[in-house]
Design a protein around this ligand. Structure first.
Ligand code: AMP
Ligand code: GLY
Length: 429
């Protein structure tokens, strides 16, 4: 089978790494890919939202499965586009329909979906610019802190946690009137602040059946001790010690089942991954958000724990045959440390040569923002550059493997968080 994978991050390198291990993979193409995917597959320079070019490529290379990594093409409707073209209508695609992708593309849509389907989540109201006065008086009646969310996609920056009423009121005005997050904040969800410990649960679904993949915890802030600016993610750990069996059963009964049933009942076509951001509040799960794709860097910790054929899982999702797939998960730990360009998530310099160790047993090196320069040297070309996953029988062993590889890699101004996993290690004791 020839496969086309869209995306260029660490998540996509991890997908590619798993796919090429499958006996059913003939040719894997990654668009646009990175230096890591170039090593194990064929990179193609297609734009991930250039649907016409993607269609032509699918036909030219006789692609039998399309896998969409990031949210942008999904929210823009790539799945509907390919299904509506007679030539590509029969090609299986891993990814939800545009309506399904609205679970990530609009916070208001996803909150309404949760309410209709009885999925536990924070209490909320949504306001537009013409409802500013109502929004301000709603704020006066709420407890602090209070959470303000831009309705649309805002590159992970559209959530504000306001500690005072003044801050909340001025932020609401900035979002609605001054378009602080552009078009994304033309609607704002005002939401109750949830307390507890956060984790991410990943679900593969063909719209009717589902499989729960290993859960993970990520580290969003740039600085150690969860300080500083938000990033795409600086590390991940799987499994998560506080997500015990009793908690995961509640997640399945209260969150996963009603979500998948809701999609099916409401006629929302969804053949893809669903990433559920959860708060564990005294042992009860509350949904913070849905994403319609796998997480990055969580994927780099989750996929190494899947021991059954990953391409089989992808085919099950895309062809509606997930019920026949036997998912097998290793009990081992996986922990991912992301190495970034100095300055990220602000501005940073690109093009510094990176040297990778030949020997790095117990760990896998996933590439994100990497490319070869004209002399054939590996260089940093993005904010998040490498994601190093250590594996082990214990969390401590997995962390040792990850960090010993991280410590053997460097480039000018490289940065990483040394405290990934330390909080969980403490809970473990
Ligand atoms: P989101 O983009 O919805 O994932 O929000 C980004 C981050 O803001 C989440 O990962 C949480 O850490 C935090 N957050 C979002 N909503 C809430 C909430 N209702 N209560 C507490 N923290 C929240
Ligand atoms: N690591 C969080 C995300 O992928 O959105």
């Amino acid at each position: 089978m020839n496969i086309l994978l869209l995306g260029s991050g660490g998540r996509e390198h991890a997908f590619a790494w798993k796919i090429v291990q499958s006996p059913d993979c003939s040719n894997l193409y990654v668009a646009p890919g990175n230096a890591g995917t170039a090593d194990i597959a064929t990179n193609v320079s297609l734009g991930i939202t250039d649907f016409e070019a993607i269609k032509n490529f699918i036909l030219a290379k006789e692609i039998g499965l399309v896998v969409v990594g990031p949210e942008e093409p999904l929210v823009k409707g790539i799945v509907d586009f390919l299904q509506n073209q007679p030539e590509t209508a029969a090609v299986p695609v891993v990814g939800p329909s545009q309506l399904g992708a609205t679970l990530e593309g609009s916070k208001d849509f996803s909150k309404r979906f949760m309410m209709r389907n009885g999925v536990p989540t924070a209490a909320y109201e949504t306001f537009t610019a013409s409802e500013l006065e109502e929004g301000l008086s709603y704020l006066e009646k709420q407890k602090l802190p209070i959470v303000l969310k831009a309705d649309g996609l805002a590159a992970g920056k559209g959530v504000l946690i306001c500690l005072t009423l003044e801050e909340a009121k001025s932020s609401l005005k900035e979002m609605l009137l001054d378009q602080k997050f552009g078009e994304a904040s033309s609607k704002v969800v005002i939401e109750e602040f949830l307390t507890g410990i956060e984790l991410s649960v990943f679900v593969a679904t063909d719209g009717k059946n589902y499989k729960i993949l290993p859960e993970a915890k990520d580290y969003k802030r740039i600085g150690e001790g969860d300080t500083g600016l938000n990033t795409g993610g600086m590390g991940a750990v799987s499994p998560v010690i506080f997500a015990d069996e009793a908690f995961m059963r509640k997640v399945e009964e209260r969150v996963v089942k009603p979500t998948v049933e809701g999609l099916s009942k409401e006629g929302i076509p969804y053949k893809g991954f669903l990433f559920i951001g959860l708060m564990n509040n005294n042992g009860d799960p509350f949904v913070i958000e849905y994403n319609v794709r796998m997480g990055d860097p969580e994927t780099e910790a989750v996929l190494p724990r899947i021991t059954s054929d990953f391409l089989g899982l992808l085919k099950g999702i895309a062809t509606g045959t997930l019920a026949n797939y036997n998912l097998e998960i290793s009990k081992d730990y996986a922990t991912t440390v992301v190495m970034v360009s100095g300055g990220y998530p602000g501005s940073y310099e690109k093009g510094f040569p990176i040297s990778l160790p030949k020997e790095h047993s117990g760990s896998v090196i996933f590439h994100a923002g990497t490319a070869f320069n004209s002399q054939g040297e590996l260089t940093n070309q993005g904010g998040r550059v490498l994601a190093i996953t250590g594996q082990g029988k214990t969390l401590a062993e997995a962390l040792n493997h990850a960090f010993s590889t991280v410590n053997s890699i460097t480039w000018n101004k490289a940065y990483f968080r040394k405290d990934i996993g330390q909080d969980i290690l403490k809970l473990n004791r």
